[in-house]
Write a protein that binds this ligand. Structure first.
Ligand SMILES: Cc1ncc(COP(=O)(O)O)c(C=O)c1O
Length: 480
């Protein structure tokens, strides 16, 4: 497909701009000449060419609105369009971030209410909505942990991280100057309690635990884990990016978590992925409230105000307070579903994942065969042994069937991992069609392995060098 620059014809234009009726000012009188360009190569195309170009581009994309997108650990669910409409209201989008509090009462009230709603849903004393994504929330949480121990006068060097953790967890710990130590999983995919007891010393600041973990499994010994960590004075950090699995079923605060981060953009109505805007609120138990980032929203009677008057705060973690429109969408989602609806969403997410697990387990190896939460993890090891077909080959073949492939080769503790997250928004018919495609591919891997190895067959380009594309992206257009 031609680039828009390649379609350009000098003088062609998509819009008529009326002639200026004010005197022109020479740019040099406003901006130092050294900052002015001599030339700016922008594409010049007609309106119809412009419309066709971007329409065709969009049709080459794959999104949740086009088809099933079972990307494990990403919660690629359908998000109601009404929430987008609400978040786009001018009352929300037109307010200047520096507007005085008196001009922003409605928006401040929404943020304040959202913090209380999240506090109730997750059982935490207080929330900040400032962080811009899940990993940013993790960083904020670990910064608070660090400050908490500094304030107590304790020097703790270590953070424990299970081998099933999302890669951002060790990165967040390391960025705050902690050494991260890997905690082993047991045979059923949970925390190995003996290993935890061995590692958990008074040098450990926190255990960062994803629950449900990246195997899609709920930690069965969570109370014992919390006890072992707290007995040594450590804190229990919860990565709550997978909260769509337990809304209204359990509350991290009640299970003993001291800090959790959420991914509003996965659980509550904003698509994840593609580098789009996110939101990573962080909830804390009472012992960490003083360390929350500033500014915080305080309520005085019927009024809401920003306040920076918290001497133990870790400071700001972002220039402005959170990705506001993502928070509005999450607020609309929570309000429109209500308590019953949130519980049902989690029940459906878990039911859908278990349905896929049961339908596919005769065809793919299932390393942890127990009831899963919002996602299930298979291994392609059997296909590798039988015919040399790898997980990546089967993922590419799925594209031919019209599906976005699941997450593959993650979590790292499952060789040839295939991680499927169907989400709560998919129907049984969609799940069945997907399972049929997976089963057809498992058969093909036996009967005609080369066909799978050469996939995809029906896309504009076949196998790309993904490593080269990631490591040395060439996205600059150079004028011929
Ligand atoms: C378990 C877990 N933790 C952390 C993250 C990081 O979140 P983000 O991509 O918003 O930074 C993700 C991403 O999906 C995740 O699945």
């Amino acid at each position: 497909m031609e680039l828009i620059f390649e379609k350009s014809k000098t003088g062609r234009c998509a819009a008529d701009v009326p002639r200026s009726d004010v005197p022109e000012i020479a740019l040099e009188t406003l901006i130092d000449a050294k900052y002015l360009r001599d030339d700016l190569d922008l594409p010049e195309v007609s309106e119809i060419d412009l419309v066709r170009h971007y329409t065709n581009l969009s049709r080459r994309n794959f999104g949740v609105d086009m088809g099933f997108y079972p990307l494990g650990s990403c919660t690629m669910k359908y998000n109601p369009k009404v929430n987008e409409t609400l978040a786009a209201q001018p009352e929300f989008t037109s307010l200047h971030p520096y507007a005085p509090d008196s001009f922003a009462q409605g928006n401040l009230q929404l943020l304040h209410t959202m913090q209380r709603l999240l506090g109730n849903i997750f059982g935490m004393a207080e929330f900040t909505l400032q962080p811009a994504a899940g990993a940013h929330g993790e960083l904020t949480g670990v910064m608070m942990i660090k400050k908490y121990f500094e304030h107590k006068g304790e020097k703790r060097r270590l953070i424990l991280i299970p081998d099933t953790a999302h890669g951002t967890n060790p990165a967040s710990g390391a960025l705050c100057g902690f050494e991260t130590v890997t905690l082993r999983s047991n045979a059923e995919g949970g925390v190995d309690l003996d290993h935890l007891a061995e590692l958990m010393t008074e040098d450990v600041a926190a255990l960062m635990l994803t629950n449900p973990n990246t195997l899609g499994l709920f930690e069965r010994n969570i109370e014992k884990v919390a006890q072992l960590v707290h007995e040594k004075g450590g804190l229990l950090y919860g990565d709550g990016a997978n909260a769509n699995a337990f809304l209204g079923k359990t509350r991290p605060g009640d299970l003993g978590f001291d800090v959790i981060q959420l991914n509003l953009h996965k659980t509550f109505s904003t698509p994840h992925g593609g580098g789009g805007p996110g939101s990573g609120p962080v909830g804390v138990s009472a012992k960490l409230v003083d360390f929350l980032p500033i500014p915080r929203i305080v309520r005085k009677g019927q009024e809401f105000h920003w306040s920076e008057n918290f001497p133990l705060t870790i400071g700001r973690v972002r220039a402005f307070y959170g990705n506001f429109s993502v928070i509005v969408k999450a607020y609309a989602y929570i309000r429109s579903l209500g308590a019953e609806g949130l519980i049902r969403a989690s029940e459906m997410a878990v039911l859908n994942a278990n349905y896929i697990k049961e339908r596919l387990k005769a065809h793919f190896e299932l390393p942890y065969d127990r009831v899963c939460m919002h996602e299930c993890v298979f291994s392609g090891r059997r296909q590798v042994a039988e015919s040399g077909v790898h997980t990546t080959d089967m993922a590419k073949r799925l594209i031919d069937f019209g599906y976005h492939p699941p997450t593959i080769y993650f979590p790292l503790i499952v060789p040839e991992a295939i991680m499927i997250e169907p989400t709560e928004t998919e129907s049984k018919e969609t799940l069945d069609r997907f399972c049929n495609a997976m089963i057809a591919i498992a058969r093909e891997a036996k009967d005609n392995p080369q066909k799978v190895k050469d996939a995809p067959h029906y896309t504009p380009v076949s196998r790309l060098d993904e490593v080269l594309a990631a490591r040395k992206p060439d996205v600059c257009w150079k004028k011929p």
